[in-house]
Structure formats: structure tokens, C-alpha cells
Write a protein that binds this ligand. Structure first.
Ligand SMILES: Nc1ncnc2c1ncn2[C@@H]1O[C@H](COP(=O)(O)OP(=O)(O)O)[C@@H](O)[C@H]1O
Ligand SMILES: [Mg+2]
Length: 259
């Protein structure tokens, strides 16, 4: 006869579900590879939602390359602790942020754990962070379909997935792998964001497809994805992100995304 899960794990999962039950919608942001702008897109979606009056949290689960704190200018912030649990750090717009970065002694220190340890710490965060009531919780996942994405998908059961890609990345099966992983794990609300989709000349308005024509609609059709968004190459995104002022970006690329 199959043995049930150890009691300790069962109780941990129960506590995680209790925390998660206060959250309206959980959205995991994933990508096939790094550098496609996943963290920037996570931040911009959070900003879009916060500016629409929603209560938003961002959990930066990219422990090996945490960049959410930098985008919001929160690099020197540290998590607080109260009797309710770990307290997220607030951005200017009031977005609640949790990142491994807030636990490190300095920003030069890398996290040097192996996968199983990282998954364990992730569960610890899910269990201990006091998000309070949120309309949305966004997970900035590390690239690919490894330990961390799997742990998040299984333990916090996102309601939706946003897959971030670039035009040249789209050709690769790796994006489809992410989509398939989500489908396999029972998430049927999938959105697609093509980042660095095109460049619009600020002087004459001409649009150039620097990385080739968009292929985003092919995937949307193939998998029956819910919505798609295209974000141009916008030097302001890099500039404001580097300066920790991503909330100052004027453009909102997610107005037509039904999240
Ligand atoms: N649409 C864009 N236009 C210009 N620069 C961008 C855009 N999206 C992302 N970037 C820049 O590209 C780099 C990688 O983005 P990041 O969000 O950290 O990617 P990832 O999380 O996928 O590794 C950053 O320097 C960021 O500022
Ligand atoms: Mg990132």
C-alpha cells in the first residue's frame, strides 16, 4: 500500500495553502532562457496592475540572478520579521517585494546552493512570508523548466502563466517546453509576451523588426493561448531599470492584456 506524505510535509503544504488562499490570482512569469527581459516584464506587469488600483506582490524566485530589487531601487532593503511572518519590502507604488537578495549579507554574495536546497528555501519563503491580502502575486521564475519553476508550479499552484520571449527565441522549442510544462501541470490560462519585438524610430515613427518579424501569433494560435502582448525595444526600460526607477516608465504595454 502506498504510504502517505510525511505529516511534517503535509502540515507545511497546508500552511502554504493558507497563505496562498488570501491571494486573488497567482501568476508565474517564465521564459525559455535568460536575458529575454523576464524580470523587466514581471516588474512592468506589477506596475500596470498597481497603477490600476490593485494590491500586488512580486516574489523574485530567481535566487541565482535576482534582479527585481535593483529594478525598483531596493537593493539595500532587508526583509522585516514580525509575529505574522516575513514582511515584504514596499516599492514606491506600494508593490510588495520578496527576494532572496534581501537576505544576503551583500549584493556581491552569490547564492551557492544546489537545486534541492534552493527548493527547500523556496518552500520556507512560501510558508513564512506574510503577504496579507493581495489581488495579484507575480512570481519571477528563473529561466527554463528546472527545480525552481517546478517547485513553484507544484506548491503554489499559479492560476496563470506569462511566457516571455523575444522574436529570435520564439523559433526555439524551449518556449514551447515552458508552455507544455504549464499545460502538463494543469494551468490553462497562458499569456505570451514578445519582448524586444520591434523598434520604433523616435524621429520618424518607422518600425523595424530588428530580430526578425514577429512569430508570436503562430504560437498563440497553436496553443490557444489567452492573450499576447508585444513590447518594443525601448532604451528607457534599460535606463530606468538600471537606475532603480522602473516605476517611472510612462508607457504601459499591458493595457490590452486581460490578466
Ligand atoms: N524592451 C526592452 N527594451 C530595452 N531593453 C530591455 C527591454 N527588456 C529588457 N531590457 C534590458 O535587457 C536586459 C535583460 O533584461 P531582464 O529583465 O533582466 O531579463 P531576464 O530577467 O530575462 O534575464 C536588462 O538590462 C533590461 O534592462
Ligand atoms: Mg531576471
Amino acid at each position: 500500500m502506498a504510504k502517505g506524505k510525511p505529516k511534517e510535509i503535509e502540515e507545511k503544504e497546508k500552511r502554504i495553502m493558507e497563505r496562498m488562499s488570501k491571494i486573488g490570482k497567482k501568476i508565474a512569469v517564465m521564459s525559455g532562457k535568460g536575458g529575454v527581459g523576464k524580470s523587466s516584464v514581471t516588474a512592468l506587469i506589477a506596475i500596470h496592475l498597481a497603477k490600476s488600483g490593485k494590491k500586488v506582490g512580486v516574489f523574485d524566485t530567481d535566487f541565482l540572478g535576482p534582479s527585481i530589487p535593483k529594478l525598483f531601487g531596493l537593493e539595500s532593503a532587508r526583509l522585516g520579521f514580525t509575529e505574522k511572518g516575513m514582511e515584504p519590502v514596499l516599492t514606491k507604488l506600494g508593490i510588495k517585494v520578496v527576494s532572496m537578495h534581501f537576505m544576503l549579507p551583500s549584493k556581491e554574495q552569490p547564492v551557492i546552493w544546489r537545486g534541492p536546497m534552493i527548493s527547500k528555501v523556496l518552500l520556507e519563503f512560501l510558508e513564512k512570508v506574510y503577504w496579507g491580502e493581495l489581488d495579484y502575486l507575480l512570481f519571477d521564475l528563473p529561466p527554463g523548466t528546472g527545480d525552481v519553476p517546478l517547485t513553484i508550479m507544484q506548491s503554489s499552484k499559479p492560476d496563470a502563466i506569462v511566457v516571455v520571449t523575444t522574436p529570435q527565441d520564439l523559433a526555439k522549442e524551449i518556449v514551447e517546453k515552458g508552455v507544455n510544462m504549464a499545460i502538463h501541470l494543469g494551468v490553462d490560462e497562458i499569456h505570451l509576451v514578445e519582448n524586444m519585438s520591434y523598434f520604433q524610430c523616435p524621429n520618424c515613427g518607422h518600425i523595424s523588426y530588428i530580430f526578425g518579424e514577429s512569430k508570436i501569433s503562430d504560437l498563440t494560435l497553436k496553443y490557444g493561448l489567452k492573450t499576447e502582448a508585444k513590447i518594443p525595444i525601448n532604451p528607457k526600460i534599460a535606463e530606468l531599470g538600471d537606475a532603480g526607477k522602473i516605476e517611472d516608465l510612462e508607457e504601459d504595454y499591458f493595457k490590452n492584456m486581460n490578466l
